[in-house]
Design a protein around this ligand. Structure first.
Ligand code: RFL
Ligand code: PHB
Length: 389
């Protein structure tokens, strides 16, 4: 079997890349380890930058998102001394779109099916070969048979645990990592959201986030110890704890209900340098992870896809390999800015086990400044809606 670009991983990055390349006349094959049902059951991101929405249009997969996505022109930050709103529209002219990763992945799968693109689900034993030659290939097992996929290039879109990053020789890559001493316990419920816009809450009991997926579908998170298990958190206990971390006026409005999903995600900052090796290009979580506090993970993956698809287009259409050659340095310059914002926001809003009284005062001083200082708010808003990179 042969294709122009072999894409490993059928998560949002791999699917988006495959559809954008399809519309540019570039042939791809997507190899996904899991079943489609499994990929579609993962509840993850919910906040898209406007530039992501543009990419969904370029992928021919935006119809449902344009109808059902909810435009947010601001977000709220609650803290022990009060609550304030950051007005994205007034400060930047921009906005974000609330649309779940689950929906978006479904739209991309549907678009791929409609255009007849080849996707192998349930692949096992995916291995990359000869990536530093001009004739790389991928081997995998599907339906009990071994296959070989020859290609011009490989896009490693296989998330944090996939094999692509490991294919870069260990002595040629550097991994920068920070793990945080807590996780996020997330709960999805078929209840109306507590507010029209997101609320990020810093409280003495730890961080909480009120988000949403639709008019009757809410997504809430609370910071929890890494040692906790979702089983430790029956619904009643979750709602009680969430209310205690929110301002009274918000807690009083909260409508609780039966959870339809509950899971714990660890928080991590991670970057692999470089993001390319030979004819292998890493995209999304395969190359970098951000803690979810700034809602940037999926958006960073989409920006990689934008850069890489443009680089492939220059190569195939114009015979110009410059952008491909510089893919890693271009992407990394952008990623470190995203890392900085996600790390800063995580440090601002969470309680850390070893935090001193002084550290807490510094957090509070920063929150008090953000509450009143329009320059600080503008920096926040610019980063949140997405830097023009
Ligand atoms: P994914 O989604 O992990 O997809 C990788 C795919 O590769 C497959 N794979 C393999 N396939 C073949 N062979 C192998 N050996 C393979 N190994 C793995 C996997 O099965 C999978 O299907 O990576 P991708 O595509 O780069 O997408 C990244 C995003 O999923 C991620 O960054 C976001 O979900 C992060 N994130 C958020 N991002 C945002 O932009 N906004 C948000 O609001 C936001 N909220 C979140 C989040 C992540 C969270 N968790 C659970 C970590 C909230 C949470 C709680
Ligand atoms: C979500 O809705 O899942 C969500 C929203 C904002 C974040 C992280 C996750 O910062």
């Amino acid at each position: 079997m042969r294709t122009q670009v072999a894409i490993i991983g059928g998560g949002p990055a791999g699917l988006l890349l495959s559809q954008i390349l399809h519309h540019q006349g570039i042939d791809t094959v997507v190899l996904e380890r899991r079943s489609r049902a499994y990929v579609l059951s993962r509840i993850r991101a919910g906040v898209l930058e406007a530039s992501f929405a543009d990419l969904m249009r370029a992928a021919g997969a935006s119809e449902r998102m344009d109808g059902k996505g909810i435009v947010h022109e601001g977000a709220n930050i609650a803290h022990p001394d009060g609550m304030f709103r950051i007005d994205f529209r007034a400060l930047t002219g921009g906005n974000v779109v609330i649309y779940g990763q689950t929906e978006l992945t479904l739209d991309l799968y549907d678009a791929r099916d409609a255009t007849g693109g080849t996707t192998f689900d349930n692949c096992s034993g995916v291995e990359l070969h000869d990536i530093d030659s001009t004739a790389p290939y991928v081997t995998f097992c599907h339906g009990g048979q071994d296959h070989r996929l020859d290609c011009d290039f490989i896009a490693g879109c296989d998330g944090f645990h996939g094999p692509s990053r490991q294919a870069i020789p260990e002595d040629r890559r550097t991994e920068f990592e920070k793990t945080y001493p807590f996780g996020w316990l997330g709960l999805l419920s078929e209840t109306p959201p507590v507010a029209d816009e997101l609320i990020y809450a810093s409280s003495a009991r730890g961080f909480a986030l009120c988000s949403m997926r639709g008019p009757n579908l809410s997504r809430y998170y609370i910071q929890c110890p890494l040692s906790d298990d979702p089983e430790d958190w029956p619904d009643d206990k979750f709602w009680r704890e969430l209310r205690r971390r929110l301002p009274d006026t918000v807690a009083e409005q909260l409508i609780s209900g039966v959870s339809v999903e509950k899971s714990i995600a660890p928080l991590r900052s991670f970057v692999c340098e470089p993001m390319q090796w030979g004819r292998l290009y890493l995209c999304g979580d395969a190359a970098h992870i951000v803690p979810p506090t700034g809602a940037k993970g999926l958006n960073a993956a989409a920006s990689d896809v934008r850069d890489l698809s443009q680089a492939f287009l220059s190569h195939y259409r114009d015979g110009d390999g410059h952008a491909l050659e510089h893919y890693s340095s271009t992407a990394l310059a952008r990623i470190w800015k995203t890392q900085r914002f996600s790390w800063w926001m995580t440090n601002l809003l969470h309680r850390f086990p070893e935090q001193s009284g002084f550290d807490q005062k510094m957090q509070q001083a920063q929150l008090n400044q953000l509450a009143v200082n329009s320059s600080a708010q503008r920096v926040f808003a610019e980063n949140y809606v997405g830097l023009a990179l």
